[in-house]
Design a binder for this molecule. Structure first.
Ligand code: ADP
Ligand code: GLC
Length: 519
């Protein structure tokens, strides 16, 4: 790809996230941060990344160097120390790891099976402050924060610019990957933030008497993105807004949806090192070997003719497991096979384990986080099921397309934006889509898929469409670049008329008024 920004004046974007693959990943957020930066770099941008130095990162053998940087940040009425490690991604993208062992040297990222860590408010206030300390050392043009764990960095920068004068002209972007997680904490944690109480109001960080970290970013960011265009609309509704729909409505002019993509270096049947046999559109024979391998992995009868449905998912209500509790029994008793990999809520784990014991020849379940098995399922299954209650973006359905594994999805968020219903007459479309979050609709969509599975020619056409669908990161990276450029152009125009907004701001009653927004 031809760089769109010459390296001499490369636009510098700093991304902060609680997860960056391969360093740390619990879901798609990690994947996005593991691939979008590389796509932006291919466009000629300079990208740097910041995340916490979790125990798993420190112990997993990634080559990390100590930068020698030591800093302190204000937490409540004390100064908390941290240090900075450096790793690399994709050759030369710097990944800065904020080290503070009392916060991050733990077995898990956010909590144990019993629940979230009780000091998450403090851990991620520290992280947000640390992000800004790190950025001071090499100020970027764009500060791009991801999800609630990084969102406060934007609120701190916008409201306490005097602490971060080096970052005065930086523009801020917040990407929302999942509104189901907002970082909501009781008001007694407010002292940790060192923000004036005037920001603990519904206009700013208060949310029904509590502190909402994500809202802090949403209110103050120069631009907000969601990970699909449909989700950008859905978050403005009471049904999908998780109580923040009013904020999204108010900020609609600064809100866009940019679709996630698939990293072809990692998710391609032609090169995938985890699968039994590689294959491509021109030679699909390897897919049969992958299916047989998957059936063996899950101790299912090895039979190429039985339709095999795959799932790789967090076991949560978001992913449609209430609907699956109603339907999976019916489905598998009809003869299909199911290979499911996931971790999550114990009520769904129990249900799946029981189902597996009830239908040992049809159901294989692995409760684990297993990267290799995820690839084997996405390659070896015939169909990939994602009946999500809501889905901001969704990556596994995009990965499945690349492997000719046909998605059956509910039409929500990014699933609606990426999967097109197959029409046997025109032979257009890439999968099966149902609208309502309803057991009958799910079963009908699966029936339709199974009907087509037995029609070899139609099925081959469908697989071809799926494998040719282009959801690479390049297009999405261009959309982010446009967004950054628009923000910086607006900044220049504003500066041409006088001082920058943070230079003008001196404790005004409304920061957003300073941005020229009508509120
Ligand atoms: P979400 O981020 O909501 O979980 P996505 O579809 O965006 O959903 O991304 C999920 C990512 O996490 C994919 O890379 C998927 O393969 C991976 N994943 C989810 N559960 C597991 C698991 N149990 N083992 C391995 N990978 C998993
Ligand atoms: C979230 C969403 C998922 C999205 C991912 C990456 O975890 O649940 O839909 O694909 O973030 O953006």
């Amino acid at each position: 790809m031809k760089p769109e920004v010459s390296s001499r004046q490369a636009l510098h974007v700093a991304m902060a996230s609680p997860e960056i693959a391969p360093f740390a990943k619990t879901g798609g957020l990690g994947d996005v941060l593991g691939s979008l930066p590389k796509a932006l770099q291919r466009l000629g941008l300079r990208v740097s990344l910041i995340m916490p130095a979790y125990r798993s990162v420190l112990r997993s053998g990634f080559p990390l160097t100590d930068t020698g940087v030591r800093f302190t940040v204000p937490i409540s009425n004390r100064q908390e120390p941290g240090s900075l490690l450096k790793g690399k991604m994709g050759g030369d993208i710097p990944v800065y790891l904020v080290r503070a062992d009392r916060y991050f040297d733990r077995n898990y990222l956010y909590g144990t099976a019993k629940g979230d860590y009780s000091d998450n408010a403090e851990r991620f206030t520290f992280f947000a402050r640390a992000i800004l300390e790190v950025l001071k050392l090499d100020p970027p043009s764009i500060v791009h924060a991801h999800d609630w764990q990084s969102a406060l960095a934007i609120a701190f920068l916008e409201t306490q610019h005097y602490l971060y004068p080096e970052l005065c002209s930086a523009k801020t972007v917040l990407t929302v990957h999942n509104l189901g997680h907002q970082g909501i904490f009781w008001h007694l944690d407010w002292h940790l933030l060192n923000l004036d109480w005037s920001f603990f109001t519904p206009r700013y960080l208060e949310f029904h008497g509590k502190i909402n970290f994500l809202k802090g970013g949403l209110v103050f960011a120069d631009a907000i993105t969601t990970v699909s265009p449909t989700y950008a609309e859905e978050v403005k509704t009471a049904d999908q807004g998780f109580g923040l729909e009013g904020v999204f409505q108010e900020r609609a002019a600064s809100l866009t949806g940019i679709l996630n993509g698939a990293d072809r270096d990692i998710w391609s049947p032609e090169t995938d090192p985890f699968i039994e046999k590689r294959y491509s559109l021109s030679d699909l024979s390897g897919k049969q070997a992958c299916k047989a391998d998957l059936q063996r992995c899950f101790c299912l009868p090895e039979n190429p003719h039985v339709p095999l449905i795959g799932m790789v998912s967090r076991l949560t209500a978001q992913k449609g497991f209430d609907l699956l509790k109603e339907t999976l029994g019916k489905l598998v008793s009809g003869g299909v096979q199911l290979a499911l990999l996931g971790t999550g809520d114990s009520r769904y784990r129990k249900f799946l384990t029981k189902l597996c014991m009830q239908y040992p020849d049809n159901v294989g379940v692995r409760i684990a986080f297993d990267e290799t098995l995820a690839h084997k399922i996405i390659a070896g299954a015939d169909l990939f099921l994602m009946p999500s209650r809501y889905e901001p973006g969704g990556l596994t359905q995009i990965y499945s397309l690349r492997y000719g594994t046909i998605p059956i999805v509910r039409a929500t968020g990014g699933l609606r934006d990426t999967i097109e219903e197959f029409d046997p007459e025109t032979r257009r479309g890439t999968g099966f889509v149902f609208d309502r979050y309803d057991a009958r609709d799910l079963l009908a969509a699966v029936e339709l898929a199974l009907g087509l599975f037995s029609q070899k020619e139609e099925w081959a056409a469908l697989m071809r469409n799926a494998m040719q669908a282009d959801f690479s990161w390049d297009q999405s990276a261009r959309a982010y670049l446009d967004l950054y450029r628009n923000l910086l152009d607006a900044n220049d125009a504003f500066r041409a008329g006088g001082l920058g907004r943070r230079e003008q701001f001196h404790g005004s009653s409304s920061v957003r008024e300073q941005k020229g927004e009508v509120i």
